[in-house]
Design a binder for this molecule. Structure first.
Ligand code: FUL
Length: 695
């Protein structure tokens, strides 16, 4: 009886104090509930699979026959299974890419699956995928390219009606669509119903986005719209899946729609943006967006995938990871293996949370109330948070451990329903009784994850050192991720000299016979010469912890030892060897006059070689890359009579400046000539990082 009374009076005392303290007022632009739900999805897949898969292109011109779409073993349930197993939350399918081919039987065009051999023209890929997503509890998103290089009326008002009709089809016939993706590539040359011409449009005006968005929201209010127009989420400004360390979910979208924002600003958003437009980082698991067999051994290395994860999801952006479905119609096994490795690494990094059992205190708690107490950041409830008094914009929260605890990751989340506030923060660890700063950072947002060298800490402290308004943090976690040994880098120069690099303290073992390297293989001590065709495989090894890296594989043809650049139509011949030095980070440009294209370069390979393609590595280093958009490639036996082996465009090179591979029928040649026909940016010199042949 007495205890009950005491308990009741205790509750009675606490209760009024709780309700007297008001919650913090929202600050600045806020996310809608739709956007909050979208943030919580974090990680989902992209699928590029269309005519390009069968024509081996990145951008179709618009004249390819629908009959080429002929997967032998298409299985969307396999896609869904792979995606689900990776813990991703949805799939965005490219329903129509720039060449205009539709993966659903649109009533408005003949250029679709209905005129392909797949399922005898009766198939509907969007429908099949929608069903598979439902079965695997995944959300479906769709990409509809505004640019259509096939449509005869592209550039005219009639096309806009067509575009909107297709939007309506996609948004009404397939259930909920969580995200509608509008790509920024708009206008250029194309087939356009046989006109074969250049059509330039102003993408801010041509599509009348306000009207288009109205239509979308009337038809599908649950759909979040990404990309061009007054969108609810933005591109992160690169196709490498990396957000800025500073990343605001805000954007000056009015300026953007007035053409006053350069896309390079997307990487960090705008601190003073007037609208909540969070970043989505898109990247393909391979160099290209569409499947190309030559990229089967070019799946991004595990190290890179792990970095991408930490630099997207760990930097307040969602990660949209592309799995280029292959010609069979399946997620390729090489991609699946890498994806699983990534997921396993991330899982083990975040295996055991370390702060939940600690003593949590803060130097300011809003109204001294339990409702906003510091320990809310470790309670696992996304709707509770630690908040400070209105006037308090700098404060610290401390976690004390019973015993020294090893830590090398910290994860933080603001309660974004009240706005993104934090401008700067630091992390300190108490090591041997001394506070030591382990990180100095800027924004947090929906989620921020920090990686730092392992510390053995008796306490951890997060100092918010600058904030737009009072502090509102919903979650802080810490982990001790296993040591990650980075795979070695392998490089071979023109003369066949091989150099390998690993992180300091790690050793490298390698093989040159295709076998898997182990600690019993050859130990790398210094550079060595290997000028024959070879596949080098190397592994780095951390002796202290007895851990190996993932394996790096590098494939080379005969070295370019005998190669000589014979002539170039302009440019400095003293440095021209950079294009054959085996190092993509050094480049060489045609002379300043090279805006007068075409320009050409002729190489003597020193011997007859059987080749079936060539590669052009565009400039990699620098801000304004001098990229070639159209090319011609010739071979010769005698440097007199030349045969054109290939010509065309380097599609999407501006956004994705990866090595460009162009294949042709096998031929024997000694001389090669590469012609830069036109450039991405006019009035700029064009350059080459590396030219190579495919043997
Ligand atoms: C780009 C497009 O041009 C590419 O082909 C790809 O679809 C990528 C996701 O967006 O800008």
């Amino acid at each position: 009886m007495k205890t009950t009374f005491l308990l009741l009076s205790f509750l009675f005392v606490i209760q009024p104090a709780k309700s007297q303290v008001k919650s913090p007022e929202p600050f600045g632009p806020l996310p809608t509930q739709k956007q909050v739900d979208w943030h919580e999805m974090e990680f989902y897949a992209f699928v590029h699979f269309s005519l390009n898969t069968f024509t081996n292109k990145e951008w179709g011109y618009g004249d390819e026959s629908p009959e080429l779409f002929n997967p032998t073993n298409l299985d969307v349930r396999q896609w869904a299974r792979v995606v689900k197993q990776a813990g991703m939350k949805g799939i965005i399918l490219v329903a129509k890419h720039h060449d205009g081919f539709c993966l659903w039987p649109s009533a408005y065009t003949e250029r679709s699956v209905k005129n392909s051999p797949w399922e005898k023209g009766k198939g509907d890929l969007v429908k099949e995928l929608a069903a598979a997503c439902k079965e695997y509890d995944l959300k479906l998103g769709l990409y509809l390219s505004p640019w259509d290089r096939n449509h005869p009326q592209y550039g005219k008002p009639e096309y806009i009606t067509y575009f909107r009709n297709q939007l309506k089809e996609l948004l009404t016939n397939y259930g909920d669509v969580f995200e509608m993706w509008f790509d920024g590539a708009n206008g250029g040359d194309g087939y356009y119903g046989g006109a074969n011409e250049m059509r330039k449009i102003n993408s801010l005006e041509y599509y009348n986005w306000d009207e288009t968005y109205k239509l979308i929201y009337q038809t599908a209010p649950k759909t979040l719209v990404w990309g061009v127009g007054p969108s609810e989420a933005r591109w992160i400004g690169n196709e490498e899946g990396r957000a800025g360390k500073t990343n605001w979910s805000l954007l000056r979208q009015k300026d953007e729609l007035a053409g006053k924002v350069n896309y390079t600003e997307f990487v960090s958003g705008h601190e003073d943006g007037e609208k909540w437009v969070p970043g989505e980082a898109d990247v393909s698991i391979r160099p290209g967006w569409f499947y190309h067999a030559v990229e089967d051994d070019k799946v991004r290395p595990l190290d890179e995938m792990v970095d991408i994860y930490y630099e997207s999801i760990g930097r307040n952006a969602n990660l949209l990871l592309n799995l280029p479905v292959d010609r069979r119609g399946l997620v390729n096994e090489n991609d699946e293996v890498r994806l699983n490795e990534l997921v396993a690494t991330i899982k083990s990094d975040f295996k055991t949370e370390l702060l939940a059992g600690s003593k949590v205190t803060a130097d300011n708690v809003r109204g001294n109330s339990t409702e906003f107490a510091a320990k809310n950041v470790t309670d696992g409830n996304k709707n509770s948070y630690w908040a400070t008094d209105d006037a308090v914009k700098t404060a610290s929260v401390e976690f004390d451990f019973d015993k020294p605890t090893a830590i090398n990751r910290v994860l933080l989340q603001e309660y974004i329903k009240l706005g993104q506030r934090v401008k700067a923060f630091s992390v300190e660890a108490k090591v041997d009784g001394q506070w030591k700063t382990v990180a100095n950072e800027t924004t947090i947002g929906y989620k921020r994850i920090l990686r730092f060298d392992r510390v053995l800490a008796s306490a951890l402290k997060i100092n918010i050192t600058d904030s737009k308004a009072s502090i509102v943090i919903s979650n802080i976690q810490a982990y001790n991720a296993p040591t990650f040994v980075k795979s070695p880098e392998i490089q071979r120069d023109k003369n066949g000299t091989v150099t390998m690099k690993a992180e300091e303290g790690d050793v490298i073992y390698y093989t040159v016979n295709g076998k898997t390297p182990t600690i019993k293989s050859t130990l790398y001590k210094e550079t060595f010469k290997y000028n024959k065709a070879v596949q080098i495989k190397a592994v780095a090894f951390n002796k202290e912890e007895n851990i190996s890296s993932a394996i790096t594989t590098a494939k080379y043809g005969i070295s370019k030892e005998r190669w000589k650049v014979l002539s170039a139509s302009s440019g400095d011949m003293n440095t021209v060897n950079r294009i054959i030095d085996g190092n993509p980070n050094t480049d060489w440009g045609f002379g300043n006059d090279s805006n007068k294209l075409p320009q050409e370069i002729t190489i003597d390979m020193g011997a007859f070689i059987k080749i079936k393609g060539f590669t052009y590595f565009p400039q990699q280093v620098g801000n304004n890359l001098n990229l070639i958009s159209h090319y011609e490639f010739y071979t010769s036996a005698d440097n007199m009579k030349w045969t054109k082996q290939s010509e065309g465009e380097f599609s999407n090179i501006k956004n994705n400046p990866v090595e460009q591979v162009k294949m042709f029928g096998e031929t024997k040649a000694r001389y090669i000539r590469f012609v830069a026909v036109s450039s991405v940016t006019k009035a700029q010199t064009v350059s080459i990082a590396e030219i190579n042949v495919v043997e």
